[in-house]
Design a protein around this ligand. Structure first.
Ligand code: 3Y8
Ligand code: NAP
Length: 249
């Protein structure tokens, strides 16, 4: 009897949860608890870390989990690595629901960066106006370039001082629209966009808006992840579980 654990926290994971609820597959949805009011779900939901790979292995055993679906964000590397370790240790089938990275198209002006420090190094020396749309957990690297006027976007309002002296915070959860992101950058005279290659639709609006405005984009590459089975569509997860998205459970 299937009893799945969805490691969630993304738009993809939300759509998978709706599909599971509709096809009545027994599943638990898991959030890290990064945001104050995460989106509610039709599935039973747990919030908070497991306590490393061992904690996740204990949870799998205690909750009699038969399958794990890693539907976290491509930059949630530690969670993904822990899932590979815990599923190997408990011999639990694991699949990743992972969207393909964005690829530059005609008109894009991307500067690829390996990580946040490389992205900060790619910014100019002369003061500029920068839209730093990478959340709030990885801002420290940009303290190396305090001369810029930064626009930041967070899911929740900051609960403390920021490492950047000249920064405006926009509190918004997304998904975002191309029109809104274009107006956000135009109204502020943004000259540079810094983004992570999240893939998917929920955050690509700013990339399309930057192309329309002819702005350079510093695109941070995804962290390397261990090998694991991966699909890009929620329906393929159901097929892997031996359920058909069109029929009942
Ligand atoms: C807690 C769940 C939905 C899902 C919304 C997707 C789309 C918007 C793109 C920008 C980029 C960023 C950030 C982003 C995106 C979706 C999706 C996606 C980027 C929520 C959510 C949780 C989080 C955690 C949060 C991080 C932050 C990253 C903001 C819920 C809304 C910047 C990633 O304040 C914090 O500590 C926030 C931390 C991890 C990255 C960071 O390091 O700051 N996501 N985002 C999940 C949990 O607790 O397990 O609250 O409902 C989910 C979504 N985030 O359809 O409703 O990709 O699915 N999330 C990045 O760099 O791309 C925003 O602003 O343009
Ligand atoms: P991370 O750095 O990869 O994980 C750090 C620790 O957070 C993990 O080791 C685990 O703690 C806990 N954790 C992460 N995701 C969890 C989940 N879904 N359920 C339970 N515990 C979880 O993670 P992150 O980058 O901070 O991302 C946290 C959450 O935000 C994830 O759900 C992710 O899908 C979502 N998100 C992240 C981004 C991003 O840019 N990183 C973007 C959009 C959404 P323990 O070791 O204690 O188990």
């Amino acid at each position: 009897m299937t009893r799945a654990l969805i490691l969630g926290g993304t738009g993809h994971a939300n759509r998978l949860a709706e599909l599971f609820a509709r096809t009545r597959i027994d599943a638990i949805y898991s959030y890290a608890g990064r945001t104050r009011i995460p989106l509610p779900h039709a599935l039973p939901t747990r919030i908070g870390g497991f306590g490393g790979p061992e904690g996740l292995a204990d949870f799998i055993i205690a909750e009699r989990i038969t399958h794990v679906i890693d539907a976290t964000h491509p930059f949630a590397a530690e969670m993904s690595r822990n899932a590979v370790t815990a599923c190997a240790a408990t011999d639990t089938p694991l699949i990743a629901l992972e969207r393909a990275p964005w690829a530059a198209v005609a008109g894009d002006n991307w500067i690829e960066a390996a990580d946040e420090p490389a992205a900060a190094a790619a910014l100019p020396e002369a003061p500029a106006r920068v839209f730093l749309a990478i959340g709030r957990q990885h801002l420290a690297a940009f303290a190396a370039k305090p001369q810029h006027a930064y626009t930041l976007r967070f899911v929740d309002a900051p609960d403390g001082p920021l490492p950047l002296p000249n920064a405006e915070v926009i509190v918004s959860r997304g998904p975002f629209t191309r029109e809104d992101d274009r107006e956000l950058m135009r109204a502020r005279g943004v000259q540079w966009l810094v983004s992570r290659n999240a893939g998917g639709d929920g955050a690509r609006a700013k990339i399309d808006a930057a192309r329309e405005l002819g702005l350079p984009v510093i695109m941070i590459a995804r962290p390397a992840l261990p090998e694991r089975r991966r699909v890009e569509r929620a329906e393929d997860v159901l097929a892997w579980l031996g359920h058909d998205a069109r029929l009942g459970a």
